[in-house]
Structure formats: structure tokens, C-alpha cells
Design a protein around this ligand. Structure first.
Ligand SMILES: [Cu+2]
Length: 153
């Protein structure tokens, strides 16, 4: 865990300047919903991960292309993966597809939102807010309860 955090902190700056290519798909403002959102509490100002399930109720593939938060300096879309050495690491993801009439999961060990630079003290039992940006310019505000790591990871 600590190792992967330091790996993240030393990401080359260039990787932070990735460009999101929004698709031209027409957006249906009620098509995407979320459930089971939460963020894992970490001490101090360590980057924290945000998780949720995104559900696409439309017959068109949609994409999560960016996120931001009034509670953090920066939010990135990340994917955890296992390196050939067996060590776990994470990388930036330009966009996350949400299949038509399907769902995409942000969960421990997989895709997650990386919440960087908390503005205040984040405590278990409280909530933080994330604004998801979908293709087509649609945004979705999601409230994430702050939880201690438990059986969910
Ligand atoms: Cu991450």
C-alpha cells in the first residue's frame, strides 16, 4: 500500500497532463446513476481512493472522462494493477467505459478515483463530494461516505 502511494507520488509530471478525448455521443442526462459510493479513510493528507458502481440505463455506451471535488485539489481516474514482479501499482486512465444497459465498477484493486490534496481533515463517518464528468459534457455529483478499511478491502 505505502509502496504504491510513493510510486504514485513520483509519477512523471507528463502523465498528469493527459488529454481526455470526449466522444461526440449525444447525452441522456438521466442515463447514468451511481450506487455504493465510498472512500477509504487514510491518515493525514495521503491520497485516498474513491469507489462506486456506475450504472448506464441507456442503450448507448457512455464514458466517465474526468472527475473533480470541492473537497480535494485534484481527482484522477486510476487503475490498480499487478506488475510482472508481483508488486501492485496504479496508472492513470483516460476514460472508463460504462456499457449500454450495464455497469462499471470502481473498487479496491481495480478502477478508482484518486482523491489528492484534501482541503480539510477528512474523518471516518463524514462525507466528501465528487463531481463526475461524463462524455457529452454531463456531470454527476456523488456523495461518498468516508469509511475505515474493512471487509470491503
Ligand atoms: Cu490511485
Amino acid at each position: 500500500m505505502i509502496k504504491s502511494i510513493f510510486r504514485f507520488l513520483f509519477f512523471p509530471i507528463a502523465s498528469l497532463a493527459f488529454v481526455c478525448l470526449a466522444t461526440q455521443a449525444a447525452s441522456d442526462s438521466s442515463a447514468i446513476t451511481t450506487h455504493g459510493a465510498w472512500t477509504r479513510w487514510l491518515p493525514g493528507k495521503l491520497p485516498a481512493a474513491g469507489y462506486m458502481t456506475l450504472v448506464n440505463n441507456s442503450n448507448q455506451e457512455r464514458f466517465l472522462i474526468a472527475a473533480s471535488s470541492p473537497d480535494y485539489d485534484h481527482v484522477s481516474l486510476h487503475e490498480s494493477y499487478t506488475m510482472p514482479s508481483g508488486e501492485s501499482s496504479m496508472r492513470m486512465v483516460a476514460k472508463l467505459p460504462i456499457p449500454a444497459h450495464g455497469s462499471a465498477e470502481l473498487k479496491p484493486g481495480s478502477y478508482h478515483l484518486m482523491l489528492i490534496g484534501a482541503h480539510g481533515k477528512v474523518k471516518p463517518g463524514e462525507t466528501v463530494t465528487v463531481i463526475l464528468e461524463l462524455d457529452g459534457g454531463e456531470t454527476l455529483t456523488v456523495v461518498l461516505p468516508v469509511k475505515l478499511a474493512g471487509k470491503d478491502g
